[in-house]
Design a protein around this ligand. Structure first.
Ligand code: M6R
Length: 595
């Protein structure tokens, strides 16, 4: 994972902006961080263990016109000051930041040591700085030294390098994201657009196998193919995200802010039905020649399960959902003409991208539902549609889940020819806006109860079985309390044995009367074994339970959009009352760019 950034300017002064960008990239990893700045032709590095603020805080940095930065999620080598990026060559004339993992770097490392290089870290990245230095020593100019190094690399990488005396940045991308930002006083690059929004909203999205040279007034891109370097001419794209979206405002955490943004996002989707029509028509027509497989990871996988349900119920379309990391093993049946629908917030999840590569290699068509503009998934897909949720900073996906579900609802409805979709979604948006206060109050109360528990179960039926999975994922990832989501009817086939006196079970009560009766049996099953049940249920229905939140929900198919919000808030307040930072849960990064 890791986040990287680079700035090259006409004037001196890059350190502050590097730090600002790195803070925006901390969702990609934050176990160590660092920057390298070139001033008077010399590169100076500040790096260490911890977040970028803790690493650069109180340090006087000699500023200059070129700099690179990195925030790390350790893969090769533990969390230590030596392993933090940027990495430099023996004489400090080359500095490199890298996101990804290099294959066979041990061989290159041994070879460099034989040639007299002194490597100071355990990372794969450090070899890059030394290889560039070696090429410079053998007489290559700066660009050739960089290109000849990249030619030797295998694996995944987004690399940015700077070389003493050069007012330039050298970039390479293969299977890890890298975008170029165009500015008035210079040019920039980073792992994603959000990191550069305070500097520009004009971007060029690099593709795999490309290298680039940035100077303060020029951007040149080449495709590296075998021994050849082909010039690439690519237009810049404008991204309409505002930098304010990356501000917590008056909220204590991004996660809480993002939960509160949901009514607004649903309204936006409700007002964009025309935008989703083209995608729905294309999907519908592609499905005439093959089957549909949905692929996604984590929260997006849960949205995918809801999508399967909606496509089946509303449009009579049969699909299967495969969890992205398992896709290579479970997709042997895919053929030419089949369709793969990839769902991803970031559009950079390595498991999802690998699934897409496999699908393409079999001749299947790839369509995708994505949040981040310009992300790799959009570029690999035959057709993409955006969920319009804006940047999501909290590691736990919240608003993007709701937006994915809403978009899947719109697409399924459009394919089925239903009308009134916009009003239905606008209704949900209004309902959530008006009930946010009540949802907050109930969730705070429940979190008080859950914070001391070791296990919490989430049960749902039908369309809310994936909602239960999502509720459990939210709670475990940010509060570190063990939580499991189950189909309520499946629970008696084993997990019921785990219920003890006081074990909390959060149950999503169906709107549909027949389904509700079954859920009530399931509630009685767990209660009679001592469970403390918390139900989220339609207003006015009788359910035997210990605590309940009544919401004004009338349509089963829209209920996940409403039920999910208290689940997110319960997870949030439980984490906060346990003193955890919900925006940066331990061991996790927002964008998982390793398989
Ligand atoms: O960017 P993606 O939607 O592809 O990410 C998939 C998962 O990594 C992501 O949903 C993850 O599970 C979140 N931490 C869940 O809150």
């Amino acid at each position: 994972m890791c986040g990287i950034v680079g700035i090259v300017r006409k004037r001196s002064g890059v350190a502050e902006d590097l730090v600002k960008s790195l803070k925006k990239l901390e969702y990609r990893g934050y176990d160590s961080a660092g920057i390298a700045v070139m001033s008077d032709g010399k590169i100076e590095v500040v790096k260490g263990v911890g977040t970028i603020d803790s690493v650069v805080g109180g340090i006087e940095i000699r500023d200059g016109p070129v700099g690179i930065g990195h925030t790390r999620w350790a893969t090769h080598g533990g969390v230590s000051p030596e392993n933090a990026h940027p990495h430099t060559s023996c004489h400090g004339e080359v500095a490199v930041v890298h996101n990804g993992t290099l294959d066979d770097f041990e061989d290159m490392r041994r070879e460099l040591i034989t040639k007299g290089h002194e490597l100071r870290s355990e990372t794969d990245t450090e070899v890059v700085a030394h290889l560039i230095e070696e090429n410079l020593k053998s007489g290559d100019g700066p660009l050739s030294a960089f290109v000849n190094t990249i030619r030797k690399l295998k694996g995944s990488y987004a690399i940015v390098s700077m070389i003493s005396g050069e007012r330039a940045l050298f970039l390479a991308r293969n299977k890890s994201p890298l975008v170029i930002g165009l500015g008035e006083d210079g040019n920039y690059c980073a792992s994603d657009v959000a990191a550069l929004l305070h500097l520009t909203n004009r971007f060029i999205f690099m593709e795999d196998g490309e290298i680039a040279l940035l100077t303060p007034s020029s951007v040149e891109i080449w495709k590296l193919e075998g021994g050849k370097m082909e010039k690439v001419d690519r237009r810049a794209e404008e991204v309409d995200w505002s930098p304010q979206l990356l501000d917590k405002g008056s909220f204590e955490h991004f996660m809480l802010k993002e939960i509160h943004e949901q009514p607004h996002i649903l309204k936006k989707i409700a007002e964009s039905i025309d935008y989703y029509t083209r995608f729905s028509e294309r999907l519908d027509s592609l499905l005439r020649s093959g089957s549909l497989t949905i692929v996604a990871a984590g929260t997006s996988y849960h949205a995918g399960l809801i999508g399967k349900y909606l496509l089946s119920k509303l449009a009579g379309i049969r699909s299967e959902v495969i969890i992205a990391s398992e896709f290579p093993e479970w997709s042997s049946h895919l053929r030419e003409g089949d369709v793969v629908l990839a769902i991803s917030q970031s559009g950079e999840t390595a498991d999802v991208l690998e699934a897409v590569r496999i699908a393409k290699s079999r001749g299947s068509k790839v369509v995708s539902i994505v949040n981040v503009p310009g992300s790799t998934l959009t570029r690999m897909s035959d057709e993409s549609v955006f969920i319009q949720a804006g940047p999501e900073v909290g590691v736990a996906a919240t608003k993007t889940f709701s937006a994915q579900v809403a978009v899947l609802y719109v697409i399924s409805s459009l394919i089925s020819g239903r009308s009134g979709i916009s009003d239905e979604l606008a209704g949900v948006s209004e309902l959530l806006r008006n009930s946010m206060g009540d949802l907050e109050g109930f969730s705070k109360e429940m979190s008080d109860l859950l914070k001391d528990k070791e296990h919490v179960f989430f049960l749902g039926r039908g369309i809310n079985y994936p909602t239960a999975l999502e509720g459990a994922l939210k709670l475990k990832e940010i509060s570190y309390i063990h939580a499991e989501g189950y189909p309520a009817g499946e629970y008696k086939h084993g997990p019921l044995a785990l219920i003890e006196e006081g074990t909390p079970a959060v149950v999503m009560v169906p709107v549909n009367e027949e389904l509700r009766k079954k859920a009530v049996y399931n509630i009685m099953e767990v209660r009679s074994r001592g469970a403390f049940t918390i139900t989220i249920q339609p207003k006015g229905v009788e359910v035997p339970t210990d605590a309940s939140l009544e919401v004004d929900v009338e349509d089963e198919l829209l209920s996940p959009l409403i039920y999910t919000v208290p689940l997110q808030l319960i997870a949030y307040y439980t984490a906060v009352s346990l003193g955890r930072n919900p925006d940066k849960p331990r061991n996790l990064a927002k964008s998982v760019t390793v398989e």
